[in-house]
Design a binder for this molecule. Structure first.
Ligand SMILES: [Zn+2]
Ligand SMILES: [Zn+2]
Length: 469
């Protein structure tokens, strides 16, 4: 078939949506020497591949087309669309943008960009959904009191006494009158809507005096008072409602007020009750509980930094409390101890600061090191040169520097150095034996002895405590 005939037949097959036939005819035309420089054939064949959802082939043809005809908008449109299908969003955006440079108002490109945005958003949502579904971190976090909380409760209780937070709010004695109470409450609501919170509260108070056993009104008053910032008064109004009549909302409100009054242990107690009063799919109270807990536990460590700890559906987090400029320190975190777990015991590292002390010969095979000149040059140039020190008493623990060796000795190693403490040798032996065992028998990974654990780690913690005393 002559080349022009092949092209004509291919175009016809395309119009008739016989893409397979069109592809073979375009291929025939492309392979014909005389048509080599007809970039449009690649674009047309790409269009056929696209219809058949053969996206990689589409992309190949589009790339050839764009190289030869970089000013053609149709190439950028098809290229963008196929990259979208291949989920290469950034590349798709690039092609669409280059198309827009050529023709800023092209509707097809605008539609492509809109689709791109939707795709990215839906991917993001799907990922977020999956994360919340698979890791409900709240379920993993206990609401049990923390060690030492009992003493903190005493401190907070003193403050509660001093601030008279458990005192009953003052009430004028009135003859109970339900109708009058309803009227006053309606009036109060209108005043509040109009923004006159002070008068609104006065009428709400009257509504209460006409119907003092109406706990919904007490809750309402507590809420309004907390809106005005009168947290102490607000709390006394929550407190009036007997425990058995407190709804989840009342427990939540009390918790928020107590948190606002900087009484986190009591706030936690209220959020704990709110969690119990919540429906099973309602995480609001549990989340508030963990937020308060995260913040108060980390507060002492973060006091000097422009951040505070919080908690989201994904777990504990850090949020900025002020603008943080480039090169500012957001916060510093330093482990109390570092120690290898059984799994990483053989990895050469500083026993004190965990700096990697691996040497080229630990990493590369011997003959590679002998024969690969380029590699040797790179090692010479880039591999950190460190001398490795060992403890002069036990010669087991290794250090990256004299400073680490000294600090380690002073803060824990003098208690657990096997050169001085003979029991330590048995502990090293236990760890070594266990490692041997796990290499041959999978079952020992069950139970307490698993990869994240090492008896040496516990010894280090205890020794640190002993040295601190
Ligand atoms: Zn070190
Ligand atoms: Zn030692």
């Amino acid at each position: 078939m002559a080349a022009t005939d092949a092209i004509r037949s291919a175009d016809l097959a395309f119009c008739e949506k016989d893409y397979t036939k069109a592809i073979s005819l375009y291929t025939e035309a492309i392979t014909d020497e005389r048509n080599r420089l007809l970039p449009d054939l690649y674009r047309k064949r790409a269009g056929c591949y696209f219809e058949l959802k053969k996206y990689l082939e589409t992309y190949e043809d589009v790339s050839i087309f764009l190289k030869r005809k970089p000013s053609s908008i149709s190439g950028y449109i098809l290229g963008g669309k196929v990259l979208l299908e291949l989920r290469r969003y950034e590349d798709a955006a690039k092609l669409f943008r280059r198309g827009l440079d050529i023709e800023p108002d092209n509707e097809k490109i605008k539609a492509g960009l809109a689709q791109l945005q939707n795709e990215i958003m839906s991917q993001f949502e799907a990922r977020e959904k999956k994360m919340t579904r698979t890791t409900n971190v709240l379920k993993l976090c206990s609401q049990d009191p923390y060690p030492g909380d009992d003493q903190l409760v005493d401190l907070e209780d003193n403050i509660i006494q001093e601030c008279e937070l458990k005192k009953l709010p003052e009430m004028k004695a009135r003859m109970p009158n339900l109708n009058q109470s309803i009227q006053e409450f309606e009036h109060a609501k209108q005043l509040k809507l109009a923004g006159n919170l002070v008068s609104a509260l006065e009428h709400l108070q009257m509504a209460l005096e006409y119907d003092p056993a109406n706990f919904a009104l007490w809750a309402e008053k507590a809420e309004w008072l907390s809106e005005t910032g009168e947290l102490k008064k607000a709390f006394t109004n929550c407190q009036v409602i007997p425990r058995e009549f407190r709804s989840k909302e009342v427990w939540m409100l009390g918790g928020k007020i107590l948190n606002g009054l900087d009484l986190p242990i009591n706030a936690e107690a209220w959020f704990r009750q709110a969690t119990r009063a919540s429906k099973s799919d309602d995480n609001e109270a549990a989340l508030m509980f963990q937020k308060v807990r995260a913040k108060r536990l980390c507060k002492p460590y973060l006091a000097d930094y422009p951040v505070e700890a919080s908690f989201s559906a994904f777990g504990r987090s850090i949020v900025a409390t002020a603008d943080i400029q480039a090169d500012d320190t957001a916060f510093k975190d330093k482990p109390i101890i570092t120690a290898p777990i059984l799994d990483s015991m053989d990895a050469p590292s500083c026993s004190h600061c965990a700096t990697n002390l691996m040497k080229p010969e630990d990493f590369f095979e011997e003959d590679v090191l002998k024969n690969e000149i380029l590699l040797l040059n790179c090692i010479e140039k880039y591999w950190p040169k460190r001398e490795t020190l060992t403890c002069s008493h036990c010669e087991i623990e290794t250090y990256c520097s004299e400073r680490c060796r000294e600090e380690s000795w002073d803060t824990y190693h003098k208690v657990i150095c096997s050169g001085r403490n003979k029991n330590m040798s048995s502990l090293y032996e236990v760890a070594k034996q266990h490692r041997k065992l796990t290499a041959t028998d999978e079952r020992v990974w069950d139970g307490v002895w698993n990869a994240l654990f090492s008896p040496l780690l516990l010894a280090k913690i205890w020794a640190t405590i002993i040295c601190k005393r």
